[in-house]
Design a protein around this ligand. Structure first.
Ligand code: MRU
Length: 375
């Protein structure tokens, strides 16, 4: 795996600072829950699965560091519960974080009741999440790729993706970007397009970077968000593939802002719309998208752009010192900012949900039967 967002060995966690990508690859140490919480909130690490794993491992290294295994079992149990409750408050929309915290809490409780080492069991379970996520993503990628190729009836397909769902947003391989990787590995990818994904630019800064590393040159193209309709009208696109932050029980899907409008555009153009998500992103307790809390991000993310000043030379773009630019007047100019980080795509606009257990499509009544994935 060429790109790695999370590096972990027992007692040590470092994460790639995604605020500095693609211009600098800098790993920052995370040794406490406060540092993990802050990294998630500021989006030093982002993407639903990656957030959950960093939170779980931040607590793991903290427990090792403070020698929590030497505390009384009751104290170990209580500390784990309190720290998980705190970590979950960092970002609200992606359910993977709450899902991971809930599962780890159960592990700690069971160990406590069985008289086993509470911290040891927590460490084992948190570390397993890192391993399982990569395996799940490979399965999602293969299932999703096969489904798209079958639907298209072509040996080679072009796809469009949004936001970043790759190695940087997960423990590795990625979900929607995992489908693109699997298409490429199987020789079925003709072209991958990605949107820039304003305002945080996960598409241009992260996905385009991942594509440049892992997909052969000439097989990927970056577009601005406003070009999607034009692209679907002018080029043959087999599917739009996106990730998810929370899939409700009925299939309504919260994902990066702009996903909903892509689904509408896909429907108009008769292009398949595929959500790629591990089962940890499916929230059977949330009945529909109406119930999903959408995180509002600071107005600065819309008003300013941070990156290195660049000079265009005959050899390309020369990257210079990192700076922050304002790109709009903002509140001081009498214009306010609306910055929801996610939107909800209704299930009616979604053709398939690709999971590690296979691809789920709607039944004759137009309903996804997601509960079957957990049977
Ligand atoms: O705000 P972000 O960058 O955390 O949002 C990320 C997304 O919306 C991704 O599409 C989603 O988390 C799936 S990542 C596999």
């Amino acid at each position: 795996m060429s790109l790695q967002a999370i590096k972990y060995t027992r007692g040590s966690l470092t994460i790639l600072d995604q605020l500095r990508l693609p211009h600098a690859s800098i790993y920052v140490p995370i040794s406490t829950c406060e540092a993990g919480w802050d990294a998630i909130k500021r989006m030093v690490v982002r993407g639903a699965p990656a957030i959950a794993i960093v939170a779980a491992l931040a607590l793991a290294v903290e427990l090792v560091d403070i020698k929590a295994a030497e505390l009384e079992p009751q104290q170990q149990r209580q500390r784990i519960q309190e720290r998980l409750e705190y970590l979950v408050t960092s970002r609200p929309t992606a359910v993977n974080l709450a899902d991971a915290a809930g599962k780890l809490n159960v592990v700690a409780q069971k160990a406590f009741e069985a008289g086993e080492g509470v911290v040891d069991k927590y460490l084992e379970a948190a570390e397993k999440m890192l391993v399982d996520d990569v395996a799940d993503n490979k399965a999602i990628g293969d299932h999703g790729a096969q489904w798209i190729v079958e639907q298209a009836g072509d040996a080679e397909v072009a796809v469009l993706t949004h936001c970043n769902t790759g190695s940087l947003a997960t423990a590795g391989y990625g979900t929607a970007l995992g489908i693109i990787r699997s298409l490429n590995t199987a020789g079925h990818l003709s072209h991958a397009y990605c949107t820039e994904t304003r305002p945080y630019n996960q598409g241009s800064r992260l996905t385009a970077y991942e594509l440049s590393v892992d997909i052969p040159a000439g097989k990927s193209t970056l577009i601005t968000d406003s070009m999607a309709s034009s692209l679907l009208r002018s080029r043959k696109i087999a599917a739009i593939v996106v990730g998810a932050d929370r899939v409700a029980a009925n299939g309504d899907t919260a994902n990066k802002i702009g996903t909903y409008q892509l689904a509408i555009v896909a429907k108009y153009h008769g292009v398949k719309f595929v959500v790629a998500a591990p089962r940890t992103t499916i929230d059977m307790k949330t009945k529909s998208g109406e119930e999903i809390e959408i995180e509002q991000r600071p107005e600065e993310e819309v008003l300013v752009v941070t990156g290195p000043r660049a000079k265009i030379t005959k050899d390309g773009v020369e990257v210079m010192q990192e700076e922050t630019y304002t790109v709009a007047p903002g509140v001081t100019g009498g214009v306010s900012v609306y910055n929801p980080s996610f939107d909800v795509t209704p299930k009616d606009l979604i053709d398939a949900i690709a999971t590690e257990k296979g691809v789920c499509v709607k039944n004759a009544q137009g309903e996804f039967e997601l509960a079957k994935l957990f049977a």
